[in-house]
Ligand binder design. Structure first.
Ligand code: ATP
Ligand code: MG
Length: 179
């Protein structure tokens, strides 16, 4: 009898100021779905605005990709940090529960680095989740300015570096490219 080999899941970080962090994570969801691996992306910043990724997940992923926007965009202008923290904490609790009990092979915490940066979520909370999650589960953290403790814990870190971005020429976000 051969013993099943369980590969230990990886902790992957996409950070940096260049475009491509969320897109790279979406690419992993798509790739994994080809092996019928189940993937979840919890979006910590994006609100309910329409996005191509959510549409595609719900119409053409055969139920293998779930994308849940739980952000409201943080309200730095109104300086309502207590509310932002509550929203981020709720999103984290949801992500945590799903990561631990949802049967996912791949979990993406999209833009969580931003929430960590503003102390809306605490680094030890995330480190605890990385320890507690199912052993085979790959987990991805995206967003600029990933904290050092997260970089140290990660198996894979890629920094997207901005060389040029059309925004600098006044070209705004585009359907199918940016959302
Ligand atoms: P994407 O979702 O396209 O992969 P991202 O996740 O790397 O981008 P975020 O920091 O999450 O980038 O920013 C989200 C939005 O901001 C995207 O629409 C993206 O095109 C835009 N953006 C990313 N990098 C830059 C930049 N250096 N200057 C201006 N806009 C940017
Ligand atoms: Mg992003």
């Amino acid at each position: 009898m051969t013993e099943a080999v369980t590969e230990k899941g990886l902790v992957i970080v996409y950070t940096g100021d260049g475009k491509g962090k969320t897109t790279a994570a979406l690419g992993l969801l798509y790739r994994a779905s080809g092996y019928r691996m189940k993937g979840l992306m919890v979006q910590f910043m994006k609100g309910r605005m329409h996005s191509g990724e959510r549409e595609a997940a719900s119409t053409s992923s055969d139920g293998l990709i779930t994308i849940v926007p739980l952000g409201e965009g943080f309200t730095w202008e109104t300086k309502d940090a207590a509310r932002d923290r509550a929203v981020a904490q709720q999103a984290f609790e949801y992500a945590r529960k799903e990561a631990l009990t949802g049967g996912y092979d791949l979990v993406i915490l999209d833009e969580i680095n931003i929430a960590l940066r503003y102390n809306y979520i605490d680094v030890p909370q995330v480190l605890a989740l990385l320890d507690e999650r199912p052993e085979h589960q790959n987990i991805v953290l995206t967003g600029r300015n990933a904290p050092d403790a997260i970089l140290e814990r990660a198996d894979l870190v890629t920094e997207m570096k901005m060389i040029k971005h059309p925004f600098e020429k006044g070209i705004l976000a585009r359907k199918g490219v940016d959302f």
